[in-house]
Write a protein that binds this ligand. Structure first.
Ligand code: FMN
Length: 378
């Protein structure tokens, strides 16, 4: 079927723009198309948010670029890259369907769409690029030990039982922690399961890969554990960084009582946890290989694998544990002394002793529960 001569078009609703080196670069997350947007095209995209005769747009482009033929080509490319949508086209229908079905807001829509259209290829150029990246980056900070001059607490070797089924069965989110110190041995075992190194494997063209209980994209171990210690035998309260290669907790800051409740989104039980393990993504360690949205996905998956291991290891030790994504990320970054942009807070697992095998919603706190009940029955 031939193209209608004077279809109406409008700018797609979901485009992203970046300003780089004096140019505007536009991307269409729906199909991965990226193009430089010079001023005449920028004007068209800004002005055509309502349906507009495509002939009118072509004339406007012609005025901007001063070349009739070129204007027609640009218009065609803008439509085929989905920067402009034709009325009644499949692209318009797809946009409408997606917009009405997607509940998470515009920025996550971009993330999701970009992830969908990533191309993985074994193209020769890509292999060469990857080889170069490997040479330049592999081994960067892969599994760092305690830096020279830092203070650290040595940990006993971690040990876990063999009852996976019973740990799976016992795991339940528990927030009703009792005020009994967790032993250094148990904390060490939970950290070992979460981010400890079991062994190393020789790998071509790079330093040996540290192997952990949790799988990680490319074996890069893309996240680290920080620990807010509140009630652990023999340890000062404070913030520590787990260094798996040294089996030690490096001191970040001690003898400060962090405001755990505030850091975990004002959840009252946070103050009663013996330790809060915060899983922190190591951006550079992951991004040289998995760039763009797939790298971010790899970090989120890493957090999931690690936190599940932490929860199961806590169950193995008879401890209570709860994952919490309610985190005041900006304040947590400050409390852990993270490097902005290089390290990002992904999730947390709080652990502590509990009484008995069952819990109830009471553990959220009576006052909280009262409010919930009032609101729910109004
Ligand atoms: C990604 C994620 C985030 C969570 N965040 C919180 C949280 O901020 N606070 C909390 O009390 N529980 C949190 N939970 C725990 C859930 O409430 C809990 O897993 C769910 O109610 C099911 O109970 P179960 O873990 O005992 O099976 C989170 C769980 C997940 C997986």
């Amino acid at each position: 079927m031939g193209r209608r001569m004077n279809a109406r078009v409008r700018t797609a609703h979901r485009l992203t723009f970046r300003f780089r080196d004096g140019s505007v670069v536009g991307a269409n997350p729906s199909n991965g198309a990226v193009r430089r947007i010079p001023q005449p095209i920028w004007n068209i995209l800004r002005q055509s948010t309502e349906w507009t005769e495509s002939d009118r747009i072509r004339r406007q482009l012609d005025d901007g670029v001063g070349d009739n033929q070129r204007a027609a080509e640009i218009l065609k490319a803008l439509v085929s890259d989905g920067f402009l949508l034709e009325e009644g086209s499949e692209a318009e229908r797809a946009e409408a369907t997606f917009s009405s079905n997607w509940p998470f807001g515009e920025t996550t829509a971009d993330h999701h769409l970009v992830t969908r259209s990533l191309r993985f290829s074994d193209d020769r150029t890509e292999a060469m690029d990857f080889g170069r990246a490997l040479r330049d980056h592999a081994g960067d900070d892969l599994a760092p030990g305690v830096p020279e001059g830092a203070t650290a607490v040595g940990l006993p070797a971690g040990s876990l039982g063999s009852g996976l089924t019973s740990s799976l069965e016992r795991r339940r989110s528990r927030r009703d922690f009792i005020q009994e110190a967790v032993s250094l041995q148990d904390l060490s075992s939970v950290l070992w399961a979460t981010a400890g190194i079991q062994s190393y494997r020789e790998a071509p063209m790079r330093p040996p890969l540290p192997l952990s209980f949790a799988p990680s994209a490319g074996g890069l171990n893309g996240a680290d554990c920080y620990v807010i210690v509140q009630n652990v035998e023999g340890m000062s309260q404070g913030v520590y960084r787990y260094r798996p290669t040294s089996n030690a907790l490096e001191v970040v800051s001690v003898n400060v009582r962090t405001n755990a409740m505030r850091l975990l989104g004002n959840q009252r039980w946070a103050d009663t946890a013996a330790a809060i393990i915060v899983i922190v993504g190591a951006v550079a360690r992951t991004a040289w290989k998995y760039n763009a949205a797939s790298g971010f996905n790899a970090l989120l998956l890493q957090a999931g694998h690690m936190s599940q291991n932490a929860l199961l290891a806590a169950a193995d030790k008879g401890l209570g544990a709860v994952p919490s994504n309610a985190i005041h990320a900006a304040e947590m970054e400050a409390a852990l002394n993270l490097s902005a942009g290089e390290q990002i807070v992904l999730t947390s697992v709080s652990i502590g002793h509990i009484n008995g095998a069952t819990s109830s919603y009471q553990e959220y706190g009576d006052q909280h529960l009262d409010l919930l009940q009032k609101a729910a029955t109004k």
